[in-house]
Design a protein around this ligand. Structure first.
Ligand code: C2E
Ligand code: CA
Ligand code: CA
Length: 464
């Protein structure tokens, strides 16, 4: 296809997507939509953390003499709810909980969903008893929540930081220091007692500082294999064959317990420490592939997730080259997954991608469609794969408009010579929808959860 035809094609597809979008959102004006998608959490309709920081900064810098506390909470064993009832049920729980928060938090409070089942509030109290009273009132209301026809029993883990007179918020970013303090307090909760509330104390800050000075801890954790890699297979929808797998890290920390990525990756990303973890995962994956090759087994391509921090790191390409050469791994057996959001946040994304392409590495755009669609970037650089975010599989996914959007994406990918995989498939209904729109590759709990290496090898590659 010539370049003019290509541009026309991309323009047509963009036009198609825009028309569908206009149909769906015909009553909303464009500006408010953009604003909403930038600041409002899609599931709960609470503010996201960016908006929370802006508003909290305004509130705290205007009302300097008003007492305030910052509250960090999460739902106990929320992962268990998801594993038992599925992701969309989990979303409904989050939505219901957020509504009850909004209705019942004390007047002048601010609230946001931080990530997954983590919420953050600012409430206008500075006495422990008052804070406990307010939060317990809320938890009583939330003890039983009815979702669809099921009654779910909920309990919360809470950390609180009470603002002191001398706390100085010079810049909105300073707020993260206090949010971290509330989060650290919450992370002190180790027992299963329900609705525990822990207030920040200075000794936690000392631990935090040593955690901040994390190199040594991390080095230890890496040396003692506290990070473990699980593998989630990917399948061909037509013949159910395994076509690859995604490596997903977990931190089995002696001090902090068993942690899923969302609990520690955002923290490690703040300090670039994620880079070492990502290289560790890449190394483990290459080691696995080399072992399989040496035993005469036929490995499948494995993807690793790469954090945004790599794009600013000067020796990134050298390091990946050196790991792949050390194990002598053919490039088609490793794929790098980079989330869509990163490409919009960083100026050098296109440059980075061009270098990856020149070096012959396979790259997939992860979470495609999760809210930051990078259609323009598709015009400038090549990706091997588009990894569709699970938001396309919402409850309304069999609705005609979603089908049109999905079909357009598959067509576009075909013309651009990219494969598409849909992640987060949880049910046969979702599988049927995907089949009907021409999707070939899938990944999700419906087929397999992420599993430990030995289980993955024995089930999907060959006997150990
Ligand atoms: P992701 O790349 O979008 O990975 C998919 C996540 O969805 C995984 O969560 C996986 O367990 C989960 N998942 C898979 N199928 C389903 C499903 O059917 N339903 C639901 N509800 N969830 C499903 P996990 O393992 O907790 O990882 C979360 C995120 O952490 C990943 O999201 C990825 O962005 C990041 N991550 C994981 N490992 C690494 C790593 O080694 N390095 C970096 N930088 N990030 C990582
Ligand atoms: Ca991924
Ligand atoms: Ca993803």
């Amino acid at each position: 296809m010539g370049s003019i035809e290509f541009i026309i094609l991309v323009l047509l597809i963009q036009l198609n997507l825009i028309l569908v979008y206009l149909l769906i959102k015909s009553k909303k004006n464009h500006d408010s939509y953009i604003k909403e998608s930038l600041f409002i959490d899609k599931i709960t309709k609470l503010w996201n953390i960016d908006k929370f920081i802006i508003e909290a900064y305004k509130t705290l810098s205007i009302n300097v003499s008003t007492p305030y506390s910052i509250v960090s909470l999460n739902i106990s064993k929320f992962r268990y709810v998801i594993e038992t009832h599925g992701y969309y049920f989990g979303d409904k729980v989050l939505k219901e909980v957020a509504e009850l928060f909004l209705e019942n938090l004390p007047k002048d409070s601010l609230s946001a969903r931080y990530s997954a089942d983590r919420f953050v509030f600012i409430i206008p109290f500075d006495q422990e008893d008052d804070i406990r009273y307010q939060l317990n009132k809320l938890y009583d209301l939330l003890e039983y929540v009815k979702i669809e026809d099921k009654i779910i029993k909920l309990s919360f883990n809470t950390g609180v930081y009470i603002f002191k007179d001398h706390d100085y918020i010079r810049h909105s970013k300073d707020l993260f220091v206090y949010i971290d303090k509330a989060e650290l307090s919450r992370m002190e909760i180790t027992s299963e007692t329900k609705n525990q509330i822990i207030f920040f104390e200075d000794f936690m800050h000392e631990m935090f500082l040593s955690e901040k000075n994390i190199e040594e801890n991390l080095e230890n954790a890496l040396k003692t294999n506290e990070f473990v890699v699980h593998y989630q297979p990917k399948f061909d929808l037509m013949n159910s064959e395994v076509i690859g797998a995604e490596a997903l890290v977990r931190w089995n920390s002696k001090r902090l317990g068993y942690l899923y990525p969302n609990d520690f990756i955002p923290f490690l990303e703040k300090s670039d420490n994620i880079i070492e973890v990502d290289f560790y995962v890449l190394n483990q994956v290459c080691k696995l592939i080399r072992g399989l090759l040496d035993r005469g087994l036929k490995p499948i391509p494995i993807s690793v997730n790469q954090s945004r921090n790599h794009m600013l790191s000067p020796n990134y390409f050298e390091r990946i080259n050196s790991i792949l050469s050390k194990y002598n791994i053919p490039k088609h057996l490793i794929e790098f997954e980079i989330t869509e959001r990163v490409f919009l946040e960083l100026d050098n994304a296109a440059e980075f991608m061009n270098e990856m392409n020149t070096l012959g590495y396979l790259v997939s755009m992860d979470d495609f469609g999760s809210g930051y669609s990078s259609l323009n970037l598709l015009n400038q650089v090549s990706f091997t794969t588009l990894k569709l975010d699970r938001c396309f599989l919402s409850d309304k996914a069999d609705d005609g408009k979603s089908k049109i959007i999905l079909k357009s994406i598959f067509k576009m990918a075909e013309y651009l010579d990219m494969s598409v995989i849909c992640e987060g498939v949880e049910s046969i209904k979702q599988e049927e929808l995907l089949k009907s729109v021409g999707c070939n590759y899938v990944q999700g709990y419906y087929y397999s959860k992420p599993i430990p290496e030995h289980e993955f090898v024995s089930k999907y590659i060959g006997a150990i």
